[in-house]
Design a binder for this molecule. Structure first.
Ligand code: SF4
Length: 435
């Protein structure tokens, strides 16, 4: 979501005539778009602002903008700690960015941290990092209240975009040559719950949205992130199985394998139900890759709880896992719990989980060796080779005379925990393959 917002910020500035420069020293405007989900966002923000201070002293016309979650959360604190900041703009106020920059030139520092989104960031111009891939937000905010998570605080309650708006954006992107889209929402499964459709008793559902987007000509790959295991539904599985462009990959956040910890996290599913969903997804969509998020060392987590996480990880056979060491996010309920797990213990558990997942990732990747898979070229990879992604979102390094956005068929020659090596078997122009 943060990356998506950054593309909008760059797009707004470019539409106003600004051009990117390589160094802050040559800039007229510097925007720091913060993400409070990541650890140490505060330290990194104030570190970066410290580096910008001398530039501001040399050039009073330089505009320094702080955007994103930390701007929303810390609001006036940022300008108190770094009075050389010109604009603090929250997650809901992006459409006002240019206005705030101009006003700061005339009237001094500005802040807009309004509580509600009036214009979806997706409706703003974008300067996309890729010509063939685009993020499309289907909703912003979240109605859940996971006790470790800052998102509801900084992004507010869920607000869905109308199905028609999402579809129009995807159609426009397809006309611009985009072949892969990723539908974005904090909890895509509850998409539409907050919408009312005139003269219809029914609210749009995520599965319908998937089917509608699947019908857009030119879009060959559809991804989405993230579904919540509590709100997952059979109709989404059916749509995934039946929609040709929907990729065989799901990011399905587990967070913990311990039912007791899931309760403490206020995640309203249990490990058995989670694994049940995986069985159903895998039998409906053969060959699907599953990735996940896992937090280690949530307050109160015991060795027994952690063993449950290891067991569920083994049972789930994830293709990859984003593993995080718990760190308190001020303002969240878990941050004030007295039973924080000592750092050394968290690190030691984290190392064990990473070792287990590396083994599983390598084994799942090894099963692909000798197979042939459609890859979409992203650009340059390591050691002068190209990097492409399979429909299952595996990174493949290969040599080929192809450019970003082109498709090829790759024979996988070697497996590693985080990528595959391959050889080009064929370049593909007009076909969509489920291989
Ligand atoms: S569902 Fe996701 S975004 Fe919402 S509170 Fe939980 S972790 Fe945060």
């Amino acid at each position: 979501m943060n990356e998506h917002d950054s593309e909008r910020i760059a797009g707004l500035l470019e539409a106003d005539g600004y051009r990117p420069v390589a160094e802050a020293a040559h800039a007229e405007v510097v925007v720091l778009n913060t993400c409070a989900v990541r650890e140490n966002a505060d330290n990194r923000l104030y570190g970066a602002l410290g580096h910008l201070k001398p530039l501001k002293e040399q050039n009073r016309r330089l505009r320094i903008v702080v955007a994103g979650c930390l701007a929303q959360k810390d609001q006036g604190l940022i300008q108190r700690k770094a009075p050389w900041v010109d604009v603090v703009i929250g997650t809901h106020a992006l459409p006002s960015l240019l206005d705030l920059i101009r006003r700061s030139e005339l009237d001094g520092s500005q802040m807009d941290v309004r509580e509600f989104t009036e214009v979806f960031p997706s409706a703003l111009p974008a300067r996309r990092g890729s010509q063939h891939h685009a993020w499309v937000s289907v909703s912003v905010g979240c109605d859940n209240a996971c006790t470790f998570c800052i998102v509801p605080l900084v992004r507010g309650p869920q607000l869905s975009r109308s199905l028609g708006d999402v579809l129009s954006e995807v159609q426009a992107l397809a006309r611009q040559g985009v072949v892969e889209i990723c539908l974005l929402g904090q909890n895509v499964n509850t998409y539409g719950r907050d919408l009312t459709v005139p003269e219809s008793p029914r609210k749009p559902r995520f599965a319908e949205l998937l089917r509608a987007v699947d019908g857009v000509e030119g879009i060959r790959r559809i991804r989405f992130t993230s579904p919540h295991p509590h709100d997952f539904t059979e109709d989404v599985i059916q749509a995934m199985a039946e929609c040709e462009a929907v990729c065989e990959h799901i990011h399905f956040p587990l967070q913990s394998g311990s039912d007791r910890v899931l309760g403490l996290m206020r995640r309203s599913y249990r490990s058995e139900r989670y694994l049940g969903w995986l069985d159903r997804i895998r039998s409906a969509v053969p060959g699907i890759a599953v990735t996940t998020d896992i937090i280690v060392g949530f307050p109160g987590e015991t060795e027994h709880d952690f063993q449950d996480t290891l067991s569920v990880t083994e049972a789930a056979q994830f293709d990859a896992a984003y593993t995080f060491q718990y760190s308190p996010r001020p303002g969240t309920p878990a941050a004030t719990r007295p039973d924080q797990v000592p750092k050394g213990v968290v690190q030691e558990r984290f190392d064990r989980l990473v070792a287990l997942q590396e083994r599983i990732s390598l084994e799942t990747n090894e099963r692909m060796v000798g197979g042939s898979y459609e890859v979409l070229i992203e650009g340059e990879g390591r050691k002068g080779r190209l990097a492409g992604r399979t429909r299952t979102n595996k990174l493949v390094h290969l040599d080929a005379e192809l450019g970003p956005g082109e498709f090829g068929q790759a024979m996988v020659t070697a497996a590693h925990p985080h990528h595959l090596d391959g050889e080009l078997a064929a370049s593909l122009v007009g076909s969509t393959s489920r291989a």
